[in-house]
Write a protein that binds this ligand. Structure first.
Ligand code: F6P
Length: 539
């Protein structure tokens, strides 16, 4: 049993969508349809998603929903949840949803319950001091050593939930850049610092290099015996963990059926559990699980991840949008765009379909963004007045965590005001009328007015929660994960492999030898020159 291999461009719905001629004018649609907001919004639990400010109408949306049906999305969802090997090119199932399921019938339930208990016992033990350092001290700092999926999820969640923080300070070392690890180490006390090496393969150059540097540092500052009390490892590669000298008590398994970029929900989330305590970690999982159930069970017409995926396909494949901006109106979520860059772009940045053929239509979107309101003072100019179509997700919370109403009202007025401005814009006549009120000369007005025109009709989706809690964050991340899968299914690609990262890794390994030995082999002129130049700098 495998996923269907349907070329979306050959479906009836795709062809009809391609043939649609009229452009959607949001202002007119709102004016003519009092039910637009009701029809184009979905509430579940404490989440409210308003997609009414998107360039869609009933005809477009119905065709998009039909497209998902023609591409057998329902069947694909079922296959993922039941653990079929839908990651064909790696011959693996894809079970991150099972990591956050508390249903006894869910695949690997007992295995994951056991892991959760281990995560709990470990984080409780470090937080309350049961697991102490080699010199008998309570740990104060935790360093997560990992990269990509073994870093970005934990980094993002730990930052997002720092309001719920335990006494522990969590740090992350990811880059092979030696300055990164040294900047982290310079402020740490070896006697009170615990290190977690997270690597599914335990062969990733960055992670192993950083782990060895840190091991050396610890042995120098304390002694070799300290490794047993100061290191844990999370990996599928148990032999390599053993060789590193990790205490078997601090070894946490990973599984080949959990993709790195979808792995924060299990043992990879150890740093999250340490950062916010196990109870909160479990709330994060339960939030994600509630979105999983929504995705699995709701009809597509009222299914948040499906609707968001379809709207995004509309922009990507029919309106030629290349990117999507993620704008969380919460400083806590400042790492969400970079987390989603990996999740979306590593998953759906593919140009070969499930038949193994080159694709002639667009796939994965470019993801970027930044926190509002900072983003407004950085790149919003281009979104408002640039030439590119950039659909934006505005993510916000009704209440702030510290309850400062003055700040929060201002934040919310920007959050909503921006989507309104993007929708309505302002035409030349209105600009001129406004200018005249401020007693500008007619000559100046005629000169300046065109630059002050905003076309409007720029699409946004508003994603609103009551508060930023572990549960709401879990729902949010899970929502995006399912959006990714939905799009991958419709684009007829495999979302859960990542062959595109391999070639660069191999070349870097070859070049390393040339840089180390100084024996530069034949390359293109540019690379040869750069290698020689680096050599000169080194000497
Ligand atoms: O380079 C990409 C990647 O393979 C990601 O998919 C993965 O999350 C990351 O590297 C880290 O891999 P590992 O957990 O095996 O160290």
């Amino acid at each position: 049993m495998t996923l269907d291999k349907i070329n979306p461009t050959k479906t009836k719905s795709w062809k009809k969508l391609k043939s649609l001629k009229s452009t959607v004018d949001l202002k007119t649609l709102f004016k003519n349809d009092n039910d637009r907001l009701k029809k184009y919004s979905i509430s579940i639990d404490e989440l409210y998603v308003d997609y009414s400010k998107n360039l869609i109408d009933d005809e477009i949306l119905n065709l998009l929903i039909n497209l998902s049906k023609e591409c057998k999305l329902r069947d694909a969802i079922d296959k993922q949840f039941t653990g079929e090997k839908i990651n064909k090119t790696e011959d693996r199932a894809v079970l991150h949803t099972a990591l956050r399921s508390f249903d006894k019938k869910s695949p690997f339930f007992e295995v994951f319950q056991k892991d959760r208990k281990k995560i709990k016992d470990f984080s409780d033990g470090i937080i309350d001091g049961t697991f102490s350092s080699s010199t008998g001290k309570k740990f104060t700092d935790i360093v997560n050593i990992g990269i990509g999926g073994s870093d970005l999820g934990p980094v993002m969640v730990v930052e997002a939930l720092k309001y719920y923080k335990t006494d522990l300070n969590i740090h992350f070392v990811s880059n092979i850049d030696g300055d990164h690890v040294n900047e982290i180490l310079k402020n740490l006390n070896p006697e009170t610092t615990f290190f977690i090496i997270v690597s599914k393969t335990f062969t990733t150059q960055e992670t192993i290099t950083n782990a060895l540097t840190i091991k050396e540092w610890l042995c120098e500052k304390l002694n070799e015996k300290a490794i047993k009390s100061h290191f844990a490892a999370v990996s599928t590669n148990l032999n390599a963990i053993k060789d590193f000298g990790i205490n078997p008590k601090f070894v946490f398994p990973m599984y080949d059926f959990i993709g790195g970029r979808f792995s924060l929900w299990g043992t990879v989330g150890l740093s999250i559990s340490l950062a916010i305590g196990y109870q909160n970690f479990e709330k994060l999982l339960k939030g994600a699980n509630s979105m999983d159930l929504h995705f699995k069970n709701e009809p597509f017409e009222k299914n948040i991840p499906v609707i968001l995926a379809l709207i995004s396909i509309w922009y990507n494949n029919f309106l030629d949008a290349e990117s999507e901006a993620i704008i969380p109106y919460s400083e806590y979520l400042k790492y969400l765009p970079s987390y989603l860059q990996q999740a979306v772009m590593e998953s759906n940045g593919k140009s070969v379909d499930r038949n193994g053929n080159f694709i002639k239509y667009q796939t994965g979107n470019i993801i970027w963004g930044g926190s509002g309101t900072n983003a407004q003072h950085a790149f919003f100019q281009l979104i408002h007045q640039g030439t590119k179509l950039i659909p934006c997700d505005f993510i916000g919370f009704k209440k702030s965590l510290y309850g400062n109403d003055d700040h929060h009202n201002k934040l919310l007025s920007n959050f909503i005001g921006q989507t309104e401005a993007l929708l309505n814009g302002i035409g030349l006549d209105d600009v001129k009328t406004e200018m005249l009120k401020s007693q500008v000369s007619h000559e100046k007005m005629d000169m300046i007015a065109p630059f002050k025109v905003f076309d409007g009709n720029k699409p946004t989706t508003t994603i609103l929660f009551n508060n930023l809690t572990p549960k709401s964050l879990g729902m949010l991340i899970s929502m995006y994960e399912h959006k990714i899968y939905t799009q991958g299914i419709i684009w007829n690609i495999f979302s859960y492999d990542q062959w595109g990262v391999e070639l660069g890794k191999k070349l870097a390994a070859k070049l390393l030898t040339e840089i180390q030995t100084g024996k530069i082999k034949k390359h293109d002129d540019s690379s040869t020159f750069l290698l020689k130049k680096t050599k000169i700098t080194k000497n």
